[in-house]
Structures are given as C-alpha cells and as structure tokens.
Design a protein around this ligand. Structure first.
Ligand code: BES
Ligand code: MN
Ligand code: ZN
Length: 503
C-alpha cells in the first residue's frame, strides 16, 4: 500500500514527483486553498488565474495538472477541487479534504511520491488527507497479470503542514493508516470472486488476521452449526457445495467498560437460491458479504487502535445456491432463537443468516448491537447508490449513528420500522415468513431482524445494499467495485463508546 508520511518540508523544496494543492470554488472563480502558499509564490501569485484559464473552477472531483514553474522541486503541480470556499472563519470540511486527496492519489497512480499541500490545521484534517490518499490509491489487481506498463499505486503520500513531532498529528496519521488498510482489505474481500472466497476461505482470512492482531477467533463449521440449531445459517447454506460458517471475533480491552457487538451479512455469493435471480441481477452478487467484510475490518481496526471497549464481531457466512439439497420456497426453518420461519422466497436469505447471528450475539447482552448488510434492493431504490439506511429499535441510537456517519463522511439516512408492516410477514404455518409486503421492502427486512434481537438490547441495522459496491466509475476516494462502506462509521462508534460519549 501507499506509504503515508508527515513532512515539515516546504512545498517548494520537497523532492517529489508532484505537489498537490487544493483549489476551491469562490464567488469570482477558483481560489487556491491555504497550504499552497509556496506554490502560489512560484507562480508569481497567478496560480488561481492560470487555473481559471485552464478551466478549473474548484469544483469537487476536479483534477488539473500543470507543469511546475522554476522554483519548485516537484516537476508537476496537481490542483484538486475542494468544492465551495468555507464560510469566513470555518475550516475546510474533513470529507472535502478526504475526497480531494483521494482524487489526487488516483490521478497520480504510478508516481513514486507526491507532496500534499492541502489546508490541514487540526489533527482530524491530517487523518482525513491521509485516509483519502490511502483509500484513493486502492486498486484491485490480484486477478490481472500486471503488464509492464500498468501503473502501480502512488508510492508515498507526504502530508505537508502536519507536524511529525506533534503527538496528535502522529496519532492521526497512524489512525489513518490502520483504518485505511482495513478498509482496503475489506474491499479486496468484496472484490475477490466468489469461486475463490467461499465461507471457509473467508473464515480462514479472519482466523489469520485474528492471530496477527490479538483477536480471539472462533469458527463454527457446518457440523457445529447444525448441532447448535442455527437453522437460518444452515438453511441458507445447505444448497451449496461450499458449506456455511459462523465466525466470532472477540477483541477485548482490560479496562473496557462497554461492549459492542457487530453482526455482518456474509453471503459470499447470492444466486437467489431456488428463487433464482434473473440474469442482470446476479453478476455483482459476490458483494453480498460486504456487511461481514465491514464488521471484520471494524473489529480489526478497533484492535489495532487499542480502543478501550470490547468489540465482538459476528460473521454470518454462507453461499446461497440452488441445488437438490437447497432450501425450497415453502420450507420451514427452526432458527437459533427457537422461532420458526417459513421461507417464501429463498432470495430473502440475508435476514435468515442475520437472525441467527443476532440471536446468538444477544446472549452476551452487549450494550449495543449493530448489524451491517447488503440486505434489500428496496433500500437502493429508496436511497440510491451512495447512501445507506439506518433502522433501529431506539430512536436516540439511530440518531447517534446518523450523526457519526455524517462525521466520518459516510452518507446515510434514518429509516423507520413501521409496525403495521409486520402483519405482512404473518405465516399460516410458522411464527413468521421471510417475506412481507413489497412496498417498503427495506423496512420489512428491518422488522424481521428486530424479532431476533434479545429483549431490551439496543440495536441498529445498516442496510448498505446501495453504497457497498460501486458499479459506476470511481469518485473521490471511492474505487469501482467494493467500497468499504460503513467501516468508518463502526470504528467511530467504537471510539465514541470507548470515550464514554454514548449512553
Ligand atoms: N442481496 C440481495 C439484496 C441486494 C440487492 C444487494 C441489490 C445489493 C444490491 C438480497 O439478498 C435480496 O435478494 N433481497 C431481495 C429480498 C426480496 C426477495 C424480499 C430483494 O431486495 O429483492
Ligand atoms: Mn438474496
Ligand atoms: Zn443477499
């Protein structure tokens, strides 16, 4: 991965392939952001004019390359858009910095070193620029023969204006590296084709990472799941030749006062099962384990950051396939909680594996449970491809999560769990059916999950079906394919819980 360094060197004197400056959208044209004074000087104070002439406006996503004038060590200046100039006295938003740094890192793929002369003041800004650079450099090339001329990622991102000896700045850079590495690892897992990443393979990755980071990992295989009564996970996985797993990751801190449980949907491939998805709807369904990848990354991040909170991750892993042994529409499953579920549609499988994991996680009575899942197409219809939905059995917790997501730059929106939608899941045969009314399908799925959360436990559900996998072109620090959605939100929740900032 790209190396992240902090440097006190001036933008004019640092030896690098390029120096990155920020440009914002002012009322009268592009405005060069603070941090780039030395570069402006080398341009005789005319950098903004040159940029305007080149058509730059300072808009988000813009990248303008200019050859360096005499006086700059780096041969290239790259101006990246920051969006609107902040109000008088306000700093640039962290997310604007993160995205601009991401654009720069993507544009500079193949370069050895780039100096980032962006407007950083607080330690949080250092973290944002670091995260943007490291996330923007991501490329998934494991399955491509790298030709001689294929560009590798940017070698080193040097953040200028940060103070390498300042404890807070150093810690911010370390946080950026830890979280970005785990996000990139989650992206790799999501992008890995489903013939390679089946439940057992995912469990093996988790076991290895646990050893590396001092996290206890327990894996239940198909035998243990059957014996343990995990009817949901077994029922979804039983049609596949690659059997299911339930992975428990336990990160504990000796002085922790609070505990969190994260539960991830880990369908390594969702064909729909006997209720087979039509062509056009299954090509990207390797992404259906993005929730489990997010949970995995968040637990490892919490361990790497040494957060003073206990975090348990539950990865509900199964492959949803049609076969002679597959669960049929009409089958009734006896779930881990003891409830029975009539499977009306085998393509509503995520809620089945999650139900068992939620019930199991509840036994330990954590202070809160958050599940993360690519659960419904309905949520994508409602919120689009970049925003995840948040549902909860506690309004204050849902609001907190929404604020936390906003803080870390992850678009999200609170969604309700209207109780009138419950009756649509009434079953003549079982306690509940796995499908209800079509309208409000994302909320119906949330209501289903709610039934498997232990009495009195605070719970939230993040439906990341939209933002988990980017089928469009890259933007900001987000690549095509797996995005690592919801990881920063989970990590910030753990940080806040460790700091005692949440109930
Ligand atoms: N994995 C899908 C949801 C999904 C859709 C994720 C698009 C990412 C992008 C899920 O298992 C599913 O198939 N849900 C069904 C539920 C329905 C059968 C009640 C859906 O949303 O259509
Ligand atoms: Mn499905
Ligand atoms: Zn699915």
């Amino acid at each position: 991965m790209t190396a992240l360094t902090l440097s006190t060197a001036g933008a004019a004197t640092l030896r690098a392939d390029a120096v990155v400056v920020g440009v914002a959208k002012g009322a009268k044209g592009p405005v060069v952001a603070p941090g780039a004074e030395a570069v402006e000087k080398a341009f005789d104070g005319k950098l903004a004019d040159v940029l305007a002439t080149l058509g730059a406006t300072g808009g988000e996503g813009e990248a303008t390359k200019l050859p360096s004038p005499a006086g700059l060590k780096a041969p290239l200046v790259l101006a990246v858009g920051l969006g609107a100039v902040p109000d008088e006295g306000d700093a640039y938003a962290e997310e604007a910095l993160r995205r601009a740094a991401g654009v720069a890192a993507r544009t500079l793929a193949g370069a050895k070193k780039a100096a980032f002369a962006l407007p950083v003041e607080a330690a949080e800004d250092v973290q944002a620029v670091g995260e943007g650079a490291l996330l923007g450099s991501y490329a998934f090339t494991a399955f491509q023969e790298r030709g001689k001329d294929a560009k590798g990622p940017l070698g080193e991102a040097a953040v200028l204006g940060a103070k390498p000896r300042d404890k807070a700045h150093k810690a911010a850079a370390e946080r950026a590296v830890a979280v970005a590495e785990e996000i990139n690892r989650a992206r790799d897992l999501v992008n890995t084709p489903p013939n390679e990443l089946n439940p057992a393979a995912f469990a093996a990755v988790a076991t290895a990472a646990g050893k590396e980071h001092g996290i206890k990992v327990q894996v239940l295989d198909e035998k243990a799941l059957t014996k343990g009564g995990y009817g949901g996970i077994v029922g979804v996985g039983v049609g596949s030749d690659a059997p299911p797993r339930l992975v428990k990751l336990s990160y504990t801190h000796a002085d922790a006062e609070k505990s969190l449980a994260f539960v991830g949907k880990g369908i390594t491939y969702d064909s729909g099962g006997i209720s087979l998805k039509p062509a056009g709807h299954n090509e990207t369904m390797k992404c259906d384990m993005a929730g489990a990848a997010a949970v995995f990354a968040a637990v490892v991040s919490a361990a790497r950051l040494g957060l003073r909170v206990n975090v348990t991750g539950w990865l509900a892993l199964a492959e949803n396939m049609p076969s002679g042994s597959a669960t049929r529409p009409g089958d009734v499953l006896r779930m881990y909680s003891g409830k029975t579920v009539e499977v009306l549609n085998t393509d509503a499988e995520g809620r089945l594996v999650l139900a068992d994991a939620l019930a199991k996680a509840s036994e330990e009575d954590p202070d809160a449970i958050v599940d993360v899942a690519t659960l419904t197409g309905a949520m994508v219809l409602a919120l689009g491809n970049r925003t995840f939905g948040i549902m909860a059995n506690d309004d204050a917790f849902r609001t907190s999560l929404h604020e936390i997501a906003e803080e870390v730059g992850e678009p999200s929106w609170p969604m309700p769990l209207p109780s009138d939608l419950r009756k649509g899941m009434d079953s003549p045969t079982a306690d509940i059916a796995n499908m209800g009314e079509r309208m409000g399908g994302g909320l119906v799925a949330g209501l289903f999950l709610k039934e498997f959360v232990g009495e009195g436990i605070t719970w939230a559900h993040l439906d990341i079906a939209g933002p988990a996998f980017n089928e469009a072109g890259p933007f900001g620090y987000t690549p095509k394919g797996g995005t690592g959605s919801a990881i920063r939100t989970l990590v910030r929740l753990a940080e806040r819980t460790a700091d005692g900032d949440l109930g």
